[in-house]
Design a protein around this ligand. Sequence first.
Ligand code: ATP
Ligand code: MG
Length: 540
Amino acid sequence: MLDTAAIWGITGTTMTSFMFIWAIYSQYVPRHLRSYIEKYAYKIIGWVSLYVHIKFAEYTDEGLKRSDNYDAIRNYLSINSAARALRLKADESKNSKALVLSMDDHEEVEDVFDGVKVKWYSNVKEIQTQSGGYGRSGSGERRFFTLTFHRRHRGMIIESYITHVLREGREIGLRNRERKLFTNNSSSEWYGWRSGKWSNVPFHHPATFETLAMDPEKKEGIKKDLIKFSKGKDYYKKVGKPWKRGYLLFGPPGTGKSTMISAIANFLEYDVYDLELTTVKDNSELKKLLLDTKGKSIIVIEDIDCSLDLTGQRKSKKEEDDEEEDEEDKKKKEEEEKKKKKMEGEKQSKVTLSGLLNSIDGLWSACSDEKIIIFTTNFVDKLDPALIRRGRMDNHIEMSYCRFEAFKVLAKNYLEIETHELYGEIERLLEETDVSPADVAETLMPKSDEEDADVCIKRLVKTVEEEKEKAEKLAEEEEKSKAEREERRRKKKEEAMEKKKKKKEEEDKKKKTEEEEEKKEKDKGSEVNGDLHESCDGTN
Ligand SMILES: Nc1ncnc2c1ncn2[C@@H]1O[C@H](COP(=O)(O)OP(=O)(O)OP(=O)(O)O)[C@@H](O)[C@H]1O
Ligand SMILES: [Mg+2]
């Protein structure tokens, strides 16, 4: 038996010999020959080896693009690595909210899948770029993972295990990612050095469904709908629908439409793509932008009625209805329209209604999964019915003025109270008066350290009472101006009728005189004829 010293002796000798041979090989064998030797050496190893190796490089496309697969594998292995590897690397990726621990270079970890053992190695290779300097970031290093397994498991590993690793890794990535708020760049910026169709910032909006003030039943319904959607991958596949859902949020200003979008994003942990349609040049640009969005995201078009002239078809119909409108009002509107068009000038986007419909609903929409599209508007009646039909906008949610249930949520959020002696009064007032949740929230917010809940609640009662008075006054004024308008219209109608009547009378009169004159002429003619006859008779 060999003792330890002997083993060390042999190992040492072997190592020394190997290093000596390696040094000679590196120094004297020319580079072009070395690549031949290595190629055949690998081939021979491949023939005799029982193991299969698969390499996953960090960069694809000749080193230009970071590989999604590499990141997915790194995420997948991070759990195993954290538990087993001895040397770890802490990656502070700017896309990740958590620290990702991955194996350090030249480390290895084992994984077991379906009872089959595989090994992952993290490798690094030094490369020389064509420019003569060293590669990416001056490091000249290319990293890659190598998966090693016994050749008898080749089928299972390639068909099932790798898919499993990539899917799990992507899911870990999605869970760990820092959520983003994207906004679209104008197409002139798409191919610049800070290229991209979208710019982004981390999404940190604090709104949640708990802080959102609205009817609790409605809120619960929306939450259930969202959960059903996010878990509906197989269902959507089964019924043959792209995995997407459209929401239309409508209601007066300050009722929480934008807040609802943030609450949805936080609830589902989705990214938000805030699409500014007015900067999109045409339909083809819109398609490209939407194709460049990822799954698990919400695409938002705020104030859709103002973004583009998507309402054209309805406008003409409305104009017909407004025929009776005062001339003055019409002129004013026309002038406003002209001014608006002049201001928009050449900048106006050429995105059309059909282009938008096509992008959200046509073949293009099916290019990536798990997306929610949200439109918001203050005036739902202005939108073309084609745009908001179910199937496109599946769920229509009205965000309404603040009623008592919504107020209770706001009071709990802002003042941490659940009841107060004035709650009854507030309930009555809010049923009678339209106040937006934004106004209620602002009134409830303490303005100094001295202001307690009691002060804020009293201020709210006062504000709502004032609002009520204002609304009543406004309604009175409106009633008055409506009556005046009605009176003006009636008078105008009477005048027009009178005019018409007069005109008709004049025409009748004129006609009568003309007829009389004609008759006279005729009579005269017949008299002359008669005389002529008589004179002729006399001559004969
Ligand atoms: N339903 C609500 N629940 C909680 N807070 C609300 C609600 N509605 C409004 N707010 C508060 O009012 C502010 C304005 O609301 P938000 O921007 O969501 O309104 P909006 O409906 O999008 O208005 P606009 O139509 O003008 O875009 C929010 O920052 C929020 O603090
Ligand atoms: Mg808004």
